[in-house]
Design a protein around this ligand. Structure first.
Ligand code: NAD
Ligand code: IPM
Ligand code: MN
Length: 357
């Protein structure tokens, strides 16, 4: 029987609540499709940091490097200053494991209420490829004259040809395997240095290596407009780290809410494990209430299973999540028609038997 080593980092807030549901779906998938997982739990996040002062040690990072994939719930808690956990855990893993592709599908599933009046699933099915190791996230910059009236903060965007080429090439490859259309999103009209590099690389790689893929370019501000009023323009989208962060929350809203948006932090070379996580955070405003929608975590598990070569299990998990969504009254909050836990039970039942009433 095939066995996959998985690191489980449930994390903070609703992270644990939604992870529990993803793991129930995984149990059901293992039973039905005849594979197993060796799951290693990592108690990382706010609680651990407050108790021990440790976010993610190099030793733990080395252990994580041994697994086949990582599942993460969410990190971040109001008790800890912003950035400590986000940078010390999440970004540390993304950077250390060179997970340079952040794959974020934006797909409206049938029966899901969207805030965009009249939008139908056939008009909203794209994949956003977010650069995941550079840009504004690199942490370059600093504070001068800290605390003084003339203090200065700089935050630089790092864009290497190596980094831009590899993520753009990956996005072209994905576009070629889908509907053959790739849109680059940037702000070339203002960010002259970074924008110029991105545009030259986009054009060069497109012309030389992917002549059959149609190319389009959209400024990041206009992207926010088009994502709402004409999402059918997009098949695959490639963009830098910060623009990708922002537009994928908007994409999540368009497809029915943050509780539905899945993602994968991928090292396409397979040198290091990839990490799968919902696009959403720890949602301290609803933590402990049982109102979190677990579908984003379950669909992230689906992406993980596909990457591990368990395609049938991935299909079953995605199908179960999609079916559950048609049964919900709302996509988040007290009126979904069941608690987070109830929804997880229903998904697991549907993974085991897609026809279960
Ligand atoms: P958030 O994504 O946690 O929440 C934004 C809004 O969406 C909240 O109103 C929340 O209740 C709602 N929401 C999120 N997930 C939901 C779900 N599954 N079901 C229903 N509603 C859901 O973003 P935030 O409030 O800006 O950040 C909270 C903390 O999470 C911060 O510390 C932030 O840094 C962190 N964060 C972590 C990740 C991650 O671990 N990948 C991602 C984003 C934010
Ligand atoms: C995300 C989150 C993270 C990001 C934060 C928590 C570091 O918002 O995964 O979208 O900005 O990448
Ligand atoms: Mn984000």
């Amino acid at each position: 029987m095939t066995s996959h080593a998985l690191a489980i980092i449930a994390g903070d807030g609703i992270g644990q609540e939604v992870m529990d549901q993803a793991l129930k779906a995984l149990d059901a998938a293992e039973r039905r499709f005849g594979f197993s997982t060796d799951r290693r739990d990592y108690d990382l996040g706010g609680r651990r940091y407050l108790a021990t002062g440790e976010v993610l040690s190099d030793e733990t990072l080395a252990e994580l490097d041994e697994v086949d994939a990582i599942l993460l719930g969410a990190v971040g808690t109001p008790d800890v200053p912003p950035g400590v956990l986000e940078r010390g855990l999440l970004l540390k893993v993304r950077f250390a494991f060179d997970q340079y592709v952040n794959l974020r599908p934006v797909k409206l599933l049938p029966g899901v209420p969207t805030p965009i009046a009249g939008l139908t699933p056939d008009r909203c099915d794209m994949v956003i490829v977010r650069e995941n190791t550079e840009g504004m996230y690199a942490g370059a910059g600093g504070l001068l004259f800290e605390g003084m009236s003339h203090e200065v903060a700089t935050q630089e965007s790092i864009n290497t040809r190596h980094g831009v080429e590899r993520v753009i090439r990956d996005a072209f490859t994905r576009a070629q395997a889908r509907r053959g259309h790739l849109t680059m999103v940037h702000k070339t009209n203002v960010l002259n240095y970074a924008g110029d590099l991105w545009m030259r690389v986009f054009t060069e790689i497109g012309e030389r290596e992917f002549p059959a893929v149609e190319r389009a370019y959209v400024h990041a501000d206009a992207m926010c407009l088009y994502l709402v009023n004409s999402p059918e323009r997009f098949d695959v989208v490639v963009t830098d780290n910060l623009f990708g962060d922002i537009i994928t929350d908007l994409g999540a809203a368009v497809q029915g809410g943050l509780g539905l948006a899945a993602s994968g932090n991928i090292d396409p070379t397979g040198t290091h494990p990839s990490m799968f996580e919902p696009v959403h955070g720890s949602a301290p405003d609803i933590a402990g209430m049982g109102w979190a929608n677990p579908v984003a975590a379950v669909l992230s598990l689906g992406m993980c299973l596909r990457q591990l070569g368990e395609g049938d299990a991935a299909d079953a998990v995605e199908h179960a999540a999609a079916t559950l969504l048609t049964e919900l009254k709302t996509m988040a909050g007290p009126d979904m028609g069941g608690s987070t836990d109830d929804l997880g039970d229903r998904i697991a039942t549907l993974v085991a038997d897609p026809d279960s009433p």
